[in-house]
Design a protein around this ligand. Structure first.
Ligand SMILES: *Cc1c(COP(=O)(O)O)cnc(C)c1O
Ligand SMILES: [Zn+2]
Length: 422
């Protein structure tokens, strides 16, 4: 049996209240399993062997860990075979950040191009089981793209609330294309989030933002997938960008469960990276005080959030893992993004905050040069091509690589190539 309970005041919430925060204290709810989680026999072998299954949902990087998730019938699972994102070495990025080695887990390889899919498959499956009629989210772009696509697969209507004019074109296009009802509202993400919460409170919609603990149940499988793919060798550090802070909380929860179930020896330390213009959580962490919302400004739109919902469990996650939080200026994030791209690992700006964070934590001596570090690249570079074009069109940028206009005759072409190779 599943129980929804509050991580701060331990109050249990009635069945079906997953779209709302705790009624007593306002913190987000967690899914807990009253009989605990039971692994299959030879769990490591079973998890791995499902990768070669003929059943779509078994190969999913989320559902191959289904013993760790809310139980559902196979036929109810809404999946696009998400997850199983590759972890790859990033040599130039390692050198840039002062590490001997660095690997990146490229979650942009998910079906809609972001980490959001790992949680969305579980939330939309749950919504369908619960008989939800209309699904909804507030979004800086990626949650709306993911919800739109998974709702389309489930045959359910989706409403997405977006800060009008502040969502990259490709993310909006994904939501429109999948048939979501896209509502662009005046105001930033935090205003959209508040409106979405009120809609959910009125019972008008089933909310799938990460305040919904079923989203985080799916997201936590990234921790299991990460460990499984490296033979359950635990890295020293996992670096993740922080916006609404659902990802870092879910990851910490996944690592803790892997340790409790005897699959991993320890947990990695988690570093949360925010953009300097949207860093209320870093402040709360450094001062060890309740979060004070800010008006968020950053070009990394996926983490442009001034009033993150999951700050309380995120603080607990950093304390529990011996982690840290750090804020990075946009210029540094842009350069880190370009460095990753030169490693063949392009991502959207928010994701590159992780590499910029690695450099800053090396400079402070928090992370050792020889540490085993994994940076999570949360979204694909194709999510925000406008910011990439802007970077390469600006000659003041270190790695600017502009389009070269040239006549089509052989002499001009050969001259242009020779010049470029010099
Ligand atoms: C959603 C998102 C984040 C932030 O995740 P939170 O759970 O909101 O902290 C970071 N990067 C990308 C690409 C995202 O889509
Ligand atoms: Zn509570």
């Amino acid at each position: 049996m599943l129980v929804l309970s509050c991580g701060t005041c331990a109050t249990n919430a009635p069945d079906g209240s997953e779209c709302m925060p705790c009624a007593s204290c306002g913190d987000v709810l967690n899914v807990t399993y009253d009989r605990g989680l039971t692994l299959p026999r030879d769990a490591r072998v079973v998890f791995r062997s499902r990768l070669t299954s003929h059943a779509l949902h078994e190969r999913s990087g989320v559902w191959r860990f289904r013993e760790l998730l809310p139980p559902v019938n196979d036929s109810q699972i809404v999946t696009l075979q998400e997850g199983n994102a590759p972890e790859l070495p990033a040599e130039r990025s390692a050198a840039w950040s002062g590490l001997e080695g660095l690997s990146v887990k490229n979650l942009g390889c998910n079906p809609t191009g972001s980490y959001k899919d790992a949680g969305m498959t579980v939330a939309v499956t749950r919504a369908r089981v619960a008989g939800a009629k209309v699904l909804a989210c507030a979004s800086t772009g990626n949650t709306s793209a993911s919800l739109a696509v998974y709702a389309a697969r489930a045959g359910l209507p989706a409403v997405v609330l977006l800060p009008a004019g502040h969502v990259p074109t490709s993310k909006l296009a994904q939501a429109l294309d999948a048939g979501a009802i896209a509502l662009g509202i005046d105001g930033d993400f935090d205003v959209a989030m508040q409106a979405a919460r009120e809609l959910a409170l009125r019972g008008a919609v089933y909310l799938v933002n990460s305040l919904n603990p079923f989203r985080r149940e799916g997201q936590k499988t990234v921790a299991f997938e990460l460990l499984e793919s490296r033979g359950w060798r635990v890295p020293d550090w996992v670096i993740v960008p922080g916006g609404n802070l659902g990802h870092c909380v879910a990851l910490a929860q996944g690592f803790a469960q892997a340790q409790a179930l005897g699959l991993a020896e320890r947990v990695p330390r988690i570093a949360v990276v925010q953009a300097a213009g949207a860093a209320p959580f870093v402040r709360a962490w450094q001062q060890n005080e309740p979060l004070v919302p800010v008006h968020a400004t950053t070009f990394a739109t996926a983490i442009k959030i001034g009033n993150p919902v999951s700050w309380r469990p995120a603080l607990r996650a950093l304390h529990a893992t011996g982690g840290t939080a750090i804020a990075i200026e946009d210029d540094r994030i842009a350069e880190a993004r370009a460095v990753l791209a030169r490693d063949g690992l392009a991502c959207e700006p928010a994701s590159a905050a992780t590499l910029a964070g690695a450099l800053a934590l090396r400079e402070r001596g928090t992370i050792d040069e020889a540490a085993d570090v994994v940076a999570l690249l949360t979204g694909s570079s194709l999510k925000d091509v406008a910011s990439i074009e802007r970077y390469h069109g600006d000659p003041s940028k270190t790695l600017a690589n502009p389009l070269r206009r040239v006549a089509g005759d052989m002499a001009s072409l050969e001259r242009a190539i020779a010049e470029a190779l010099r």
